[in-house]
Design a protein around this ligand. Structure first.
Ligand SMILES: [Ca+2]
Ligand SMILES: [Ca+2]
Length: 222
């Protein structure tokens, strides 16, 4: 066992030396935009327009004259992700108060396309509140894992205002890639686990299994 342990430590050390500089991978959207219900058609829960634009907009206006709702839709190709921590980075800009606003984030298995049906996609994953400008970071590791487990390629996020507002056109909204906050796109940051850690964990679990197996044999022979 002593030799096994020292071998495992050596393998781990060599791998750390060789792969110590794991770099985070950035995934930009495959498709992003807004699906709208209302404004030029009735706001009735049935979406009327899909608007492809990197300035993803979420907005829910309840005013009687022309109520409408925009839901922000963004989908990423996550086929290269495997058991890794993933953060969704959302540069957020709200055009006017009263702040704060709460946005619900729904996650779903996407198709890489912006369609009317995306309006009703997803299950509630989390919510965040913001005031003015902010760079929201959402840990979406489990959402991505669910997509991959289901055999999906695209992870979709549907952004909705938690509560309708009664202010005028153009606000409030959630905008990504907006000029107001330095033209930064929404993205996924994938943090790869260094190969060294995998090797080390594999070696450790192998030793644990050997120890358990030997204990079983010892118990069986007594
Ligand atoms: Ca409608
Ligand atoms: Ca879609």
């Amino acid at each position: 066992m002593g030799r096994l342990l020292s071998t495992a430590l050596l393998v781990g050390f060599l791998a750390l030396v060789g792969n110590g500089s794991a770099v985070a991978i950035t995934i930009t959207p495959t498709v992003d935009g807004t699906v709208r219900d209302g404004l030029t058609s009735p706001k009735d829960g049935i979406p009327d327009a899909a608007i492809e634009s990197s300035v993803v907009q979420a907005l829910d206006v309840s005013r009687p004259t022309s109520p409408f709702e925009d839901r922000g839709i963004i989908e990423f190709d996550v086929s290269g992700v495997a058991n890794q921590p993933v953060n969704l980075i959302l540069p957020v800009f709200g055009s006017m108060g009263p702040f704060p606003f709460t946005v619900d984030v729904f996650s779903y298995t996407g198709d890489g396309l912006l369609t009317l049906s995306d309006f009703n996609q997803g299950t509630l994953f989390t919510s965040f509140s913001f005031s003015g400008e902010s760079n929201v970071v959402v840990d979406v590791t489990s959402a991505i894992a669910d997509v991959l487990l289901a055999g999906g390629t695209f992870a979709g996020f549907n952004l909705q205002f938690a509560v309708p507002t009664n202010i005028e056109l153009n606000g409030p909204f959630v905008a990504f890639n907006s000029l107001e906050i330095g033209d930064r796109p929404a993205q996924l940051d994938v943090v790869p686990l260094p190969a060294a850690i995998w090797l080390f964990l594999t070696a450790l679990s192998g030793m644990g299994f050997l120890g358990w197996h030997r204990k079983r044999i010892a118990e069986a022979t007594t």
